[in-house]
Write a protein that binds this ligand. Structure first.
Ligand code: IVH
Length: 672
C-alpha cells in the first residue's frame, strides 16, 4: 500500500469508527456489531503501526488508551472556571429571582439543568478538533489531562455537523456511571481489594492516572453544560446546548425533563421537586439543580462576582439522610480473609428502601467518626448500593457509652488479625482453617470465570462442606456417587451431572485454574499474564520476588501475595493434589513451540519495512520470546524496532523519551 492509499484508508476508517462511536455512545443506537467495530479498529491500528507518520493524535485508537502521562502539564484557562453560589430553599431561589429582575432588562427566561456530581472539565476545540482538555484546578490554572479525556467515548475528538466557531471551549462534568462504579467495586471485592468510597472521588482519581488504558477501562462519561467562544453562535444558553448536541456532544434530553425552560418560580420549583424525588432513578449522581438565566445579553448585564456568575445559582439537595440507632458493629470475613466491619442499624426507611446494615469500610473509618455501639447515627444514601454512616449525633450519645475497640482476633476462627503496612483492611491469616474463607474460596473456585463446574453451586458447596466431604477445592475431585447420593436433595441425575461437571472442569485452561486458586490480587488478567510469561505452575512456584516483578505489569504487591501463597505448605499440597487429579497446570505444548523468555519484560514498537521478516512475523517473534508488542511509543517502551521508511515523528518521539532504536539484524541477535 502506498502512503497516499494508507492515508485515504486511515481517514476513511477513522471517520467511520467515530461515526459508529457516536451512534453507540451518544445516541445509544448501535448501527454495526461489536465484532465489525473491533475489526475496523484493528485494521486502523495495523495501518497506524505500519505508517506511524500518518497516525493522528485524535485517532479512534486513542479511545482504548495506552499512552502514559508522567506529569500533567499546567494549563491557563482561556475563560476562568468559576463556581456557583449555592441555595437550599425556595426563599433563596425567590431572592435570586428578584435580584436578577432588578439588574436585567426585559422578560426573563431560565434554564434548569441537573447539577452533575462529578469533575469539571474544559475541552478546547480548534477547527473542529479536540486540542486540549483541562481540569478546573484553582479556576485560573488547571492540568492538561487530554490523553485520559480522549478515552471517554461520549466526548468527540472531532466536532460533527456545522456552524461551530473556529475556536471554542466546551465545559462539562465527567462522572462515573453508577452501573460501572458498582461493577468495579464488585470486582475489587472478589479480588480482595479495598473498595472505592464514592463515584465522584473515584472519577477524579481515575482522571489523574498516568496510564490512560486504565482510564479507558473505567467507562467514565460526560455531560456538557456550557459553550464558550469569542463569537457567539446562539442568542441564549439553551440554544447553545442544543447546538452542541448537533455537534456530537452528549447533552441532557429535553424529553426526559433533564433540561427545562422555565418562566416562573413555580416552574423552577417543579423541576427541583421532580428531581429531588426521581434522582435515584438516574445512573449517575447529582447533588442538585442549576438555574441559569437563558438570554446571553441578560447574562452579560448581570455579570459576575469575584467567584461566580450572577446569572446562575445552584439549588443543592440535602443527601437522602436519616438518623437511626447503631445497634452494634459486626464483621464480615471475605474469601481472602479481608475483614469488613458492618454497622447493624435499627431498620429505617431511606430513599424508598429499608436500611438495616451499612458498610463501615475499615477500622480507620470507625475511629475517624468515633462511632460507638448504641450511638444515634446519620445514614446517607448516595448512588452506591450500600448506604453509609456519615456522622454521630453526639447530643444523643448515651452517658455510659464506651469507645469502640476494633477486633484483634477473627470473629469466625479467633486467629489474631494482621494489618499489612499501608493497607486499610485487617486480614485473618488463617486461610485454610477459617470457615468463611474455606467456603468463600471454594465458591470462587467453582465460579463461572474460574472452573465453571456445572451442576455444582454455592448451596451444594455449603452442604458438602457441612457434611465434612470437602475442606479444600482439591477435595471436590475425590467426590464419589456413593458419598453424594445419601445426602439431602441429591437425586441420581443431579449427582451424575455434578460428577460430569467436575470431570469436564479438568480441561479448563491453566490461566483459569490459576485464577480459581483465589490468590489475593491474582484476578483474571493477572493470572493470564503470569501464565503467558511463566507457562507452568512449577515455574511460578519457583519464581522469587525479583523474577516476578520483572514480569510485565506485575508489581511488588502481587509478587508478595503470590510468594506468600506458595510459602504455605497446605497450598502447595493442594496444588499438587489438583495436578494429580488431572487439572491443567501448564500451557499445552503446541502453544509453546519455539517459546523463550529472552525478551521477557521488554516492550517493542515496530515501525517501517523490513528485509527478512514481515511485520506480523516480527510481532510473533516478539511474543514467542516473551516480549510485548505495543502500538505507540511511550515512556514504557523499551525498543523501537525500526525498518526502512520509518516516519521521522516516531524516531523523534523515541529519541525524546530515550527509547532505544534497533535494526532488524540487532533484533535477530537478541533472539538468536
Ligand atoms: S454551570 C460559572 N452547570 O458545579 C460556573 N455547573 O460550583 C458555571 N456543575 O464546578 C457552571 N453541573 O463543575 C454548571 N449543569 C451544570 C453543572 C455544573 C455540575 C458543577 C461544575 C462546577 C460546579 C459549580
Amino acid at each position: 500500500m502506498t502512503s497516499t492509499e494508507a492515508r485515504q484508508r486511515i481517514d476513511a476508517l477513522s471517520k467511520e469508527l467515530e461515526d459508529h462511536n457516536y451512534s453507540y455512545y451518544v445516541l445509544s443506537n448501535p448501527t454495526i456489531s461489536d465484532y465489525e467495530f473491533d475489526m475496523m479498529l484493528k485494521e486502523l491500528e495495523k495501518l497506524e503501526e505500519e505508517f506511524p507518520e500518518l497516525a493522528h493524535v485524535n485517532s479512534p485508537t486513542k479511545r482504548v488508551g495506552g499512552d502514559i502521562t508522567k506529569k500533567f502539564a499546567e494549563v491557563v484557562h482561556d475563560y476562568p472556571m468559576m463556581s456557583l453560589s449555592n441555595t437550599y430553599s425556595k426563599e433563596e431561589i425567590e431572592d435570586f429571582e428578584s435580584r436578577v429582575r432588578k439588574l436585567a432588562d426585559g422578560e426573563l427566561e431560565y434554564v434548569c439543568e441537573l447539577k452533575y456530581d462529578g469533575v469539571a472539565i474544559g475541552i478546547k476545540y480548534v477547527n473542529g478538533e479536540l486540542v486540549r482538555a483541562a481540569t478546573r484546578g484553582d479556576g485560573v490554572k488547571g492540568e492538561d489531562i487530554s490523553t485520559n479525556v480522549k478515552t471517554i467515548r461520549t466526548i468527540p475528538m472531532y466536532v460533527r455537523g456545522e456552524g461551530y466557531p473556529e475556536e471554542f471551549e466546551i465545559r462539562g462534568e465527567i462522572f462515573f456511571p453508577l452501573k460501572h462504579f458498582n461493577a468495579l467495586n464488585a470486582q475489587r471485592e472478589t479480588e480482595g481489594e479495598a473498595l472505592f468510597a464514592n463515584p465522584r472521588n473515584t472519577a477524579s482519581g481515575t482522571l489523574k492516572m498516568q496510564d490512560s488504558s486504565v482510564v479507558a477501562s473505567r467507562n467514565l462519561d460526560c455531560y456538557l453544560y456550557g459553550v464558550y467562544s469569542p463569537q457567539r453562535v446562539a442568542d441564549n444558553h439553551f440554544n447553545s446546548v442544543q447546538n452542541a448536541g448537533s455537534w456530537g456532544f452528549k447533552i441532557p434530553k429535553r424529553e426526559d425533563n433533564m433540561i427545562r425552560l422555565c418562566k416562573s418560580i413555580d416552574e423552577i420549583m417543579e423541576f427541583i421537586n421532580y428531581w429531588e424525588e426521581k434522582r435515584h432513578t438516574l445512573d449517575f449522581e447529582i447533588d442538585g439543580v442549576v438555574i441559569k438565566v437563558n438570554n446571553y445579553l441578560q447574562q452579560e448585564e448581570l455579570g459576575y462576582t469575584a467567584k461566580s456568575p450572577r446569572w446562575a445559582i445552584a439549588y443543592k439537595y440535602k443527601a437522602a439522610e436519616v438518623t437511626t440507632r447503631l445497634e452494634n458493629i459486626t464483621y464480615q470475613v471475605g474469601r481472602t480473609g479481608a475483614i469488613t466491619p458492618v454497622a447493624n442499624l435499627k431498620p429505617v426507611l431511606l430513599a424508598g428502601t429499608t436500611v438495616k446494615r451499612a458498610s463501615l469500610h475499615n477500622a480507620d473509618q470507625i475511629a475517624k467518626l468515633d462511632l460507638r455501639e448504641g450511638d444515634e447515627v446519620y445514614v446517607e444514601k448516595g448512588g452506591e448500593i450500600i448506604p453509609k454512616v456519615t456522622a454521630v449525633d453526639l447530643d444523643k450519645r448515651p452517658a455510659d457509652s464506651q469507645p469502640f475497640v476494633y477486633a484483634t482476633h477473627c470473629p469466625e476462627c479467633n486467629t489474631e488479625l494482621i494489618r499489612l503496612e499501608g493497607e486499610a483492611l485487617h486480614y485473618c491469616p488463617n486461610e485454610n482453617g477459617c470457615p468463611p474463607q474455606i467456603k468463600g474460596k471454594m465458591e470462587h473456585f467453582i465460579s463461572r470465570k474460574a472452573m465453571d463446574i456445572e451442576g455444582l453451586g454455592s448451596e451444594t458447596i455449603e452442604q458438602l462442606h457441612e457434611a465434612g466431604l470437602i475442606r479444600t477445592p482439591a477435595d471436590i475431585y475425590d467426590l464419589t456417587a456413593d458419598q453424594l447420593l445419601p445426602l439431602e436433595r441429591m437425586a441420581e441425575k443431579s449427582v451424575e451431572n455434578m460428577l460430569k461437571g467436575i470431570e469436564d472442569s479438568k480441561q479448563v485452561p491453566f490461566e483459569r485454574v490459576l485464577f480459581a486458586l483465589g490468590i489475593r490480587y491474582v484476578g483474571e488478567t493477572v493470572a493470564k499474564k503470569l501464565v503467558r510469561a511463566l507457562h507452568t505452575i512449577e515455574a511460578l512456584m519457583a519464581a522469587d520476588q525479583e523474577a516476578l516483578v520483572a514480569l510485565d505489569e506485575i508489581g511488588d504487591r502481587i509478587a508478595q501475595s503470590v510468594l506468600e501463597y506458595f510459602s504455605v505448605e497446605t497450598n502447595r499440597e493442594m496444588v499438587l493434589k489438583l495436578k494429580e487429579a488431572g487439572l491443567q497446570f501448564e500451557i499445552p505444548a503446541e502453544q509453546l513451540e519455539g517459546q523463550t523468555q529472552k525478551l521477557a519484560g521488554q516492550s517493542f514498537v515496530i515501525s517501517g519495512v523490513f528485509t527478512n521478516h514481515s511485520r506480523d512475523e516480527l510481532k510473533q517473534l516478539i511474543e514467542q520470546n516473551g516480549g510485548k508488542n505495543t502500538g505507540s511509543i511511550s515512556a514504557k517502551t523499551n525498543f523501537l524496532l525500526a525498518g526502512e521508511n520509518m516516519g521521522p515523528s516516531k524516531r523523534q518521539k523515541a529519541e525524546k523519551l530515550g527509547v532505544e532504536i534497533i535494526s532488524e539484524s540487532r533484533f535477530e541477535e537478541m533472539i538468536a
